[in-house]
Design a protein around this ligand. Sequence first.
Ligand code: NIG
Ligand code: FE
Length: 405
Amino acid sequence: MIKVFTGLNQILTLSEAQRKDGRNLLPEDLSLVTQGSVVFDENSILWVGEQKSIPLEYQSAKTFDLSGHVLTPEIVDSHTHLVFGGDRAQEYADRLNGKSYEEIAKRGGGILLTMNQTNSASLEILFNEACSRIERIHSYGIGTIEIKSGYGLNFDKEFQISLLIDRLKKQFAPRIQILNTFLAAHDVPKSFGTSAQYLSQVVLPLLEKLAPLKIIDAVDIFHEKNYFTENDVKMLFEKAQSLKIACKSHADELNDNDGATLASSYYALSADHLLKISDSGIKNLSESSTVATLLPGTAFFLGKPLAPARKMLDARVKVAIASDYNPGSCHCDNLLLIASISAAQLKINQAELWCGITLNAAHALGLKNQGAIVVGMKPRFSLFKTESLSHITYNWGRNFSVSLP
Ligand code: NIG
Ligand code: FE
């Protein structure tokens, strides 16, 4: 059925940003339409422009008056770890009282504590808690959500969590689009001597078992000192490529280990975090299609300096912003809040901000057919009841999102 949204105060089309592949954006690349209309069917956007110019053929289609609203391409959270048991409130308190994330992890806290809590929770509890988290995220206007496995850290539980994410995907489609990322290489349980042993005994065989089910959208790995090595990354990415599964990595977060360069050499969809990225890492990303996904909520919550966003953007790197929502390093599920707070710190302009949570975030998930309100793209939108695009992030922490009619 053809639908028409009309009377919109503003439509953020990002048509110019799309033409420029999400790079080198100027403020005017928001490509805003005021008093706008958009025409679409189930599969694609058919027309977008000023309300007064709607083609005659669409004037009798089902029309929704959305005056007083702003329409944007659907907001995408391209990096979350929202399937977990328990919480790490005590570690948060310990961090405020002077312990670092790394110290806490070394004494058995961190990801391994959540692993224990996740393994003690039933699959039904994990599923139900994930459902409420997804609904809450969606209530902010976020419609595509990537979810990583990675708190089971044994063959059976990781297998079940990947299936659980697939169940979530089916339960919420098409209203909320979920992407399933395999992150069994998130940490190394203490029962394994080395990361290489855990990788060869659990991660790689499990990926082989999951691949024929066709439920995994990408693999990911925590490429970091005391977690997984360069060689581990190569082993995982080569296996993923042989199975035709896309790659992503947690790179250059706590230390620079040329993680961004390694990820881009495997045509990874994204390299995420990048607090410590080197100049050569930036150069390699800029020459690749790998998206630099910034997770400013994490740096902010851990009290660390943010990633060098301006330097990356000026080098023509394609930059996205995501929440990293997880129980430890960023216990915040609201990407719009994170983007609002961090924009000035990251020194990004408004087009870079919005493109980072829509078009480029979609690219970080390999989704090339959404993220701009342009003819032919998928009709995935976010709708806000407020005066203008600026009002959405200017009122940081306030929620203007409303359901699409
Ligand atoms: O992206 N770095 C690895 N994973 C998460 C942290 C997960 C946790 O602390 O539980 C991250 O920050
Ligand atoms: Fe993460």
